[in-house]
Structure formats: structure tokens, C-alpha cells
Design a protein around this ligand. Structure first.
Ligand SMILES: O=C(O)CC[C@@H](O)C(=O)O
Ligand SMILES: [Zn+2]
Length: 497
């Protein structure tokens, strides 16, 4: 049988905890002994933030619920600071009073990391939305954490630059949240992860200290690279208040091809061929299966632009010379079609058609929300194994699930495995987990490629990290946030809290 590669002791611990209890219950932690908010606290924040300390239940309702509507917090206080100094004062106060804080950006996360679990104070970055500097020579942008990704993209496009990341949630997500979760998205294949493009951060620590490591430099080897600790730490080690990020030039020519393949093996060979033939202009290689296409058609009334196929690919090229790029793309398409790797396809050069083709990939998450309750898995695997997990899961679940779909970032070896059911179904969940984690661990994959661990996946960390590494994470947490007030119940497993 498939087994996680961690020590027997940990396995026993992990399984013993869950035995006989469905994962939903296993995932609900107990409230830690933080203070409760009293009138004096609200008075303090009202004085500090004048009109931006919100107790209105209607406003709080939206911030207490995650985008998937699967986690429901009970916070009674939302704070909307505008400056780093205000964040610093908020945290200093909360730390002294032992009040827990749930930092929140655009609240588009998919693992329950951005909403309170109990009555944590919500610290929103929504009003910290200013661009601070942009250097047109270096392409380095420095902005506050609450800037919406799409607004930054629009700002930069006017200056002939783009953001190095792009994702479906761009219209709502905040750059600070992107960095805090180390969001990957659709351009990672070309521009790399935020661990490379983020050059500096300003972070407020749990006790209110401000760590200004913003940077206008591409290179800086002076001591430990502290910013890396905060990238992907999901607000558990500090609150990111500003970001310096390296932005590429806006490509002069962009093309998108939407292709159909008969088998996943053909899709993989098409990927290899695209790397060889498109080289430096390849900017995305994404896939969806036929089950995703059916959901897009049924729930969003989108139209499949090509013949029905078991697999679809979205390839984007971005370069500086339209003639050169198109020539390369056409040679590549000729090659994959004559060799029958690809059975049908369409190409877009014009912006509205490019957008329409991209929505077939970007709107799958939205289509899934109309299909019922969705169990989501964001898995990193050796690229050639990506679809095997989807097939194995289908066999494993039989007719227990409504739909089992696979899509994701082929270029990054990142599968989004989503399973729907008419409503929340504990017996379905028990069939999916821990099977999905054991399967992933057996091929040394990661149980969270780009969405983070948040509330939902925190206790499964041992499937992807050795116990020594998790213990060290606990030590780091204890140094930076000794009272544990920052985003409690998230990222780290319950046995460390
Ligand atoms: O909804 C999901 O599971 C994936 C969301 C996002 O990461 C994507 O790539 O579309
Ligand atoms: Zn994704």
C-alpha cells in the first residue's frame, strides 16, 4: 500500500488523531487561550484608525467568510490601516493584550488561510493600496501590500511593463497576499516564482517592530535572506506591508494557441516539443481535461473553439518581434499537427480572442463552484505523473463523486485535482483523504504546490516535509511570534501550536 515517507511515530500520531473522525472535524482546531476583545480595545482602535475600525456585522460577514464559502469565522472587529506605522501600532497593542490577528488581503485564497477561525481581529490591507516607486530603468516596482494585482498590471502596462505574475483572481487579490502565500499562477514558467522576483519586503513583526528590507537592488548577499521567510509563510510570521518586485518589459507580441490532444502522453510530448521549438518566447503551458470543458460549457455557457478532445492545452508565447514569434509558433504547430500529437487547434493574436481562449483555463475554478461542493487538491508532481493521479482517483472513487477533474500548470508540474459532489459529503472526503496525500507522498510530490496550507491542509504537512523541518518551522515561529498571535491555526500543524 502507498505510505507517506515520514517516520512511523509521526504517521501514528497523524492517523491516530483522525481515526474514526471525518476530516472536517479533524480539521477544526480548539480555540487557543487568547484574550477576548473588550470595549477598551475597540476604543483604542477607534482612536487610532478613526472610522477604519469596523464593528458593523454586515461588513464583517464578508471578511469572516472565505471565497469558497467553506470557512466561517466569528470576528467582531475589522481593522483597515493605511500606513505601516498604523499596522505597527495595531500589532504592538495586540501582542501586549494577547489578542489574535488574522491578516487579510483580497480574501481569494483556497485553503482557508485568509479568514479568522474564531474571533481573531481581521487586519485588512485593503486601504494600503499605493504605488510607492517605480524605476523605469531597472523595472523595480515598490508598492504597498494592498495593491490589487490587476491594478498594478494596468499601472505598469501604461509604462510598457508587466507584473511577473498573473492569476485568475487578479481582479481581487492583493500583492501582499500573493507574496504571503507565494502564489504561482500562469506566468511562473516564464518569469519564475515570487521567491526570485520579489527583491525586498517591508514586514511588521508580531510585537510591532518594522523590518524594512525593501530593495532597489537585483543582487544583495549581505547575510541571511530574511524576506524568504515571509514569502509563503501565510501571515504567520509577520504582516507584509510593502513589496519590491522586479517587473519584465511588456512583450510586443503575444499569441495564444488552444490545442486538443488525444492522450496525456501526447500532451507531454507537445510540451517537450514546445520548449525546444518556442524556446524563450514560451510564456505559459497550461492544460485542462474534457471534464473541465464540460463544466465550462454547462455552468458558464462558454464555447469550445475546437473539436472535442480528451485533453486541451493553452500555450502562450510572448516576445519582442511579431514576425519572428509567429514564424516560430507556426513551425511548432505544423510539427505537432503533422506528427498527430495535436489533433485540432486555434490561434489568437488579437486581444479579445486571446482573452476568450484564456477564460477557458482561468474560469475553471468558477465553473466548479456551480457544480456543487468542491474538494480541492493543489499537487506538485513529477510532470509525467500529473494525470495518473486523476485517473487513479477516478478509479478509486468510482461513482461516489459527481465529477473528478484535472487541470493546471503543466510547465510547473502542478496539478489542480478537483472533486465535486452535490453537497458536503463526509464519506466522499474519507475516500479521498488520506488516499490523495499518500499517493502524492509516494512519488515525493508536494501536497500544496502554490495555494499554501492555510487552515485546511496544515495537518497534512508531514506528507511533504520531514518532522525535523516542521519542528524547525515551529522554532522560527516561536522566535518571531512568541505569543502565537499571528494567523493562529494556519500553516503549522496542530501539534506545534
Ligand atoms: O481552483 C483551483 O483548484 C485552482 C485555482 C488556480 O490555482 C488555478 O490555477 O486556476
Ligand atoms: Zn493554479
Amino acid at each position: 500500500p502507498l505510505r507517506p515517507r515520514r517516520t512511523t511515530l509521526l504517521l501514528y500520531h497523524l492517523r491516530g488523531r483522525g481515526r474514526g473522525v471525518h476530516s472536517g472535524a479533524r480539521n477544526t482546531p480548539a480555540r487557543l487561550p487568547f484574550s477576548h476583545i473588550i470595549e477598551e480595545d475597540v476604543a483604542f482602535f477607534t482612536r487610532l484608525l478613526a472610522g477604519r475600525a469596523v464593528t458593523d456585522p454586515d461588513v464583517l460577514a464578508a471578511c469572516n467568510t472565505d471565497w469558497l464559502k467553506s470557512v466561517q469565522g466569528k470576528s467582531e472587529l475589522l481593522l483597515r490601516p493605511q500606513t505601516t506605522e498604523e499596522v505597527s501600532q495595531i500589532l504592538r497593542y495586540c501582542n501586549e493584550r494577547n489578542l489574535a490577528v488574522s491578516p487579510q488581503g483580497g480574501n481569494t485564497g483556497l485553503v482557508g488561510g485568509s479568514v479568522p477561525v474564531f474571533d481573531e481581529i481581521i487586519l485588512s490591507t485593503a486601504l494600503m493600496n499605493k504605488v510607492l516607486t517605480f524605476n523605469t530603468v531597472s523595472g523595480i516596482l515598490t508598492c504597498q501590500a494592498g495593491c490589487v494585482l490587476e491594478s498594478l498590471s494596468q499601472y505598469l502596462e501604461e509604462l510598457d511593463f508587466i507584473m511577473p505574475l498573473d492569476l485568475g483572481a487578479k481582479g481581487s487579490c492583493h500583492i501582499g497576499g500573493n507574496v504571503a502565500t507565494n502564489a504561482g499562477g500562469l506566468r511562473l514558467l516564464r518569469y519564475g516564482s515570487l521567491r526570485g522576483t520579489v527583491l525586498g519586503l517591508e514586514v511588521v513583526l508580531a510585537d510591532g517592530r518594522v523590518l524594512n528590507c525593501l530593495s532597489d537592488l537585483r543582487k544583495d548577499n549581505t547575510g541571511y535572506d530574511l524576506k524568504q521567510l515571509f514569502i509563503g509563510s501565510e501571515g504567520t510570521l509577520g504582516v507584509i506591508t510593502a513589496v519590491s518586485i522586479l517587473c519584465p518589459r511588456k512583450p510586443k507580441s503575444v499569441n495564444v494557441a488552444f490545442l486538443g490532444c488525444l492522450t496525456f502522453q501526447n500532451l507531454l510530448e507537445t510540451f517537450q516539443c514546445s520548449r525546444g521549438m518556442l524556446g524563450e518566447i514560451l510564456s505559459a503551458f497550461e492544460f485542462l481535461d474534457a471534464a473541465c470543458m464540460k463544466l465550462l460549457e454547462r455552468h458558464l455557457q462558454l464555447t469550445n473553439p475546437i473539436t472535442e478532445s480528451p485533453f486541451y492545452i493553452v500555450i502562450e508565447t510572448a516576445g519582442s518581434n511579431a514576425t519572428h514569434d509567429e514564424e516560430k509558433l507556426h513551425k511548432f504547430l505544423e510539427e505537432v499537427m503533422t506528427s498527430s500529437l495535436v489533433t485540432d487547434g486555434t490561434v489568437a493574436t488579437e486581444e479579445t480572442k486571446i482573452k476568450a481562449l484564456w477564460s477557458l483555463r482561468e474560469r475553471i475554478t468558477e465553473a466548479l463552484t456551480h457544480d456543487g461542493f468542491t474538494y480541492k487538491y493543489d499537487i506538485s508532481l513529477p510532470v509525467e505523473k500529473i494525470y495518473q493521479l486523476v485517473n487513479d482517483m477516478r478509479d478509486h472513487l468510482g461513482n461516489k463523486a459527481k465529477n473528478v477533474v484535472g487541470y493546471g500548470h503543466v510547465g510547473d508540474g502542478n496539478l489542480h485535482l478537483n472533486i465535486t459532489s452535490p453537497s458536503k459529503d463526509p464519506s466522499l472526503l474519507a475516500a479521498i483523504e488520506p488516499y490523495v496525500y499518500e499517493w502524492t507522498s509516494s512519488v515525493q510530490g508536494s501536497i500544496s504546490a502554490e495555494h499554501g496550507l492555510g487552515l485546511k491542509k496544515r495537518n497534512y504537512i508531514y506528507y511533504s516535509k520531514p518532522s525535523e523541518a516542521v519542528a524547525l518551522m515551529g522554532n522560527i515561529k516561536a522566535i518571531l511570534d512568541p505569543r502565537g498571535i499571528l494567523n493562529p491555526y494556519k500553516t503549522l500543524p496542530d501539534d506545534l501550536h
